[in-house]
Design a binder for this molecule. Structure first.
Ligand code: GDP
Ligand code: ZN
Length: 457
């Protein structure tokens, strides 16, 4: 669970695990500077100045051993990531020196930060709201440029501004209704709240309408490539990736493990899964692959069924098509560079699936396939990338709840019921919106969100 104390000092390695040019240990809290003083020996002694890098060494105070050569910076609150005093020690990137520095920091009085705790502090101290905190995670994990842009827009507060605007409109209506409840009718100027409620509802609907595209940008889609052995699944995946990762051979049945790669199809992260050919087999290893293919079809948002256009359809093709039946799919006729035995009109199954003809080997028809993938996953709707964009299912669900309550308030008002009937729904709508930005988030919700972060963020 997430810790809510702000008065202790936390520390963590803030850079990715593994070898890198530099690695950073970040310390946040009231003791940050005192801890740095205990461990850091500057090359040229001078007083610490806020936000100024100093060159020197981290020295074990008990043994006097030099642990790493570093640049250290002390940043005085509140102009820091967490709005607390922050110290960063920039050392050599390897795991061993970083761990050594961190363990000295911990023995000098800091506590190891929990995942997301630095960002949680930024949130609790009011530097960012909850939607922006979540955007930090999305920026780190963005898989395409467009996904990154969407996350950066959320981090910049576009969504938060829109949510707050809607919330404020509702609070204004609530203020009016509360006055009606608390004071005699004659003392409150008459006001028709119907237009205000409709404005909020329309605003929320506009935001919700961005969610389908926004969530695609953030979460991407899963595409499974299936087909009997040797039709060219791995070749197709390779072509799509434009580099060689999948193993291509002439021996049927060599793609035994399910292979995953992420493509960027017009800004949408597309996770492609190449599966072993689905077929009846005695081979245990391949049987596992077949099971995985079935699972891959079940988990996929879209299935590419690959056929060999240089051969007539086989029973295996029919059997695999039967597994795909009922799933969103594209039928790919591969090997069009060879003499043709199979044309789109000869394919009797998956009548609703578009047919794409291509040659994975020659690299022909790939654009058409990517276009078809894009059309299938977006329904062809390209949304302009400006203004607030809802990218997070949690936000969409909260917006939908808020909208439902506003709609309920509208009908209550239209029915002429007393003001306090309407305020119940409006309070619920305000709370739902507050869950997005964090004003009304419960500790459970915060736990859920911040526990998804990595340590050091
Ligand atoms: P998989 O078993 O479905 O993954 O098929 P592979 O990608 O391993 O390809 C099987 C064989 O078909 C290999 O020899 C490929 O070079 C060949 N192949 C794949 N695509 C094409 C194509 O478009 N045209 C031709 N002529 N051969 C292809
Ligand atoms: Zn293969």
């Amino acid at each position: 669970p997430v810790a809510y104390a702000l008065d202790d000092t936390i520390a963590a390695i803030a850079t990715p695990v593994g070898e890198g040019g530099i690695g950073i240990v970040r310390i946040s809290g009231p003791e940050a500077l005192a801890i740095l003083r205990r461990l850091f020996r500057p090359a040229r002694p001078r007083p610490f100045e806020s936000h100024r890098l100093m060159y020197g060494h981290i020295v074990d105070p008990h043994t006097g051993d030099v642990v790493d050569e570093v640049m250290a910076v002390y940043m005085r609150a509140p102009h820091t990531y967490t709005r607390q005093d922050v110290v960063e020690i920039h050392g050599h990137g390897g795991m061993a020196p970083l761990r050594a520095v961190l363990s000295l920091v911990l023995s000098a009085g800091a506590r190891l930060a929990e995942p997301g705790e630095m960002t949680l502090r930024a949130f609790l101290n009011g530097r960012i709201d909850l939607a922006q905190a979540e955007a930090v995670l999305d920026v780190v994990r963005a898989r395409t440029e467009a996904g990154l842009q969407a996350a950066l827009r959320q981090l910049g507060g576009h969504l938060s501004d829109d949510i707050r605007h809607a919330r404020q409109m509702l609070l204004d209506v609530l203020a009016h209704l509360t006055a009606l409840i608390d004071f005699p009718e004659d003392d409150v100027p008459p006001q028709d709240i119907a237009p205000d409620l409709e404005r909020v509802a329309a605003h929320l609907e506009r935001l919700i309408a961005t969610a389908d595209r926004g969530m695609l940008l953030r979460e991407g889609v899963r595409v499974a490539i299936v087909g009997r052995p040797n039709v060219g699944k791995s070749s197709l995946l390779n072509r799509l990736l434009r580099h060689d990762r999948a193993i291509v051979t002439d021996i049927p049945g060599t793609t035994r493990d399910v292979l995953e790669e992420t493509l960027n199809v017009r800004g949408i992260p597309v996770v492609v899964v190449d599966t072993a050919g689905i077929r009846q087999t005695q081979d245990v290893v391949e049987a596992i692959g077949v099971e995985r293919s079935r699972a891959a079809i079940a988990q996929a948002d879209l299935v590419l069924l690959v056929l060999d256009a240089s051969q007539p359809l086989t029973d295996e093709d029919h059997a695999i098509a039967a597994e795909v039946e009922g799933r969103p799919a594209i039928v790919v006729l591969n090997k069009t560079d060879l003499p043709r035995r199979l044309f789109p009109d000869n394919v009797p199954f998956l009548p609703a699936a578009p047919r794409v003809e291509l040659s994975a080997q020659q690299g022909e028809g790939l654009d058409r396939l990517e276009e078809t993938i894009f059309e299938q996953v977006t329904g062809g709707h390209v949304m302009p990338l400006h203004g607030a964009l809802v990218t997070n299912p949690r936000h969409k669900a909260a917006l939908q709840r808020a909208l439902d309550h506003v709609r309920a308030a509208q009908s209550t008002y239209a029915a002429g019921l007393p003001a306090d009937f309407i305020t119940i729904d409006l309070h619920s709508a305000v709370n739902a919106l507050g869950e997005i930005t964090g004003e009304t988030a419960t500790e459970d919700l915060l736990d859920t969100i911040f526990s998804r972060f990595c340590i050091g963020k």
